[in-house]
Design a protein around this ligand. Structure first.
Ligand code: UDP
Ligand code: MG
Length: 226
């Protein structure tokens, strides 16, 4: 039987984050009082991530694990999760404890006000200023300027979607940063709400090379002229 909410969590070498994340998420989902399932997408982890999510699957109902033997990147991991999601409402979030499950209610509330997708806006970002925050501000400014999409945090994974909007969704490498724009271009109504953001306490950030920024700008230009 399919659940009302499907939560997709892509994880790549997040062994220390898995249990605290699941406990917080479970508490929050239980308080929402809708049926739910959680889809962990293990993106080729080489630590105990897969072992830990298997333990969660053995001890809880409605857990799906999608496992890739090699690391393929966040876009591919999200594609795999979207394929498995059967809920009327789909939620995506990072598996590193930087997103807070306590924001899910707020996102769902906005979704019920006539939106197809509601994105989190990490308005007080807890990442490094030069590697993440400033490049992100420039990137998001360009999205608003070039596409007139009123979004401030296009690459925040914490989002909620009506199932129809992500049906047959296929992101090519790196395009996870453009999900709000891709959906808006397809005619879906995209909104945003402020969400919390925490410092990464355990394990390492995977997306922190400066090359990432130039790839994102290049992709943005391609999208503008496509
Ligand atoms: N992730 C993944 N595959 C990758 C890189 C990252 O599944 O190749 C996951 C990662 O485990 C985390 C989320 O994507 O749950 C966001 O990654 P990260 O925290 O490193 O990105 P940042 O927050 O630094 O942009
Ligand atoms: Mg992170």
């Amino acid at each position: 039987m399919s659940q009302y909410l499907s939560v997709i969590i892509p994880v790549y070498n997040e062994e220390k984050n898995i249990f605290p994340l699941f406990n917080r998420l479970k508490n929050e989902l239980n308080s929402i009082k809708k049926s739910y399932g959680v889809i962990f997408v293990d993106d080729g982890s080489t630590d105990k991530t897969l072992f830990n999510i298997n333990k969660i699957k053995n001890e809880n109902k409605n857990i799906i694990i999608v496992h890739s033997t090699k690391n393929q990147g966040l876009s591919s991991a999200l594609n795999s999760g979207f394929k498995k999601a059967s809920g009327k409402v789909v939620i995506t979030m990072d598996g590193d404890l930087q997103n807070d499950p306590k924001d899910i209610k707020k996102l769902l509330k906005k979704l019920s006000n006539g939106y197809d997708v509601v994105c989190g806006w990490r308005y007080k970002r807890k990442d490094s200023l030069f590697v993440k925050n400033i490049p992100s501000k420039i990137f998001n400014f360009l999205i608003r300027f070039l596409f007139n999409l009123k979004i401030h945090d296009s690459s925040c994974t914490l989002r909620v979607y009506k199932k129809e909007s992500i049906k047959n969704f296929g992101l090519s490498e790196g395009m996870h940063r453009f999900i709000p724009l891709i959906l808006a271009k397809k005619g879906y109504k995209v909104g945003e709400v402020n969400v919390r953001n925490h410092h990464r306490k355990y394990e390492k950030a995977k997306y922190n090379s400066p090359k990432r920024f130039f790839k994102a700008i290049n992709d943005l230009i391609k999208l503008r002229f496509s």
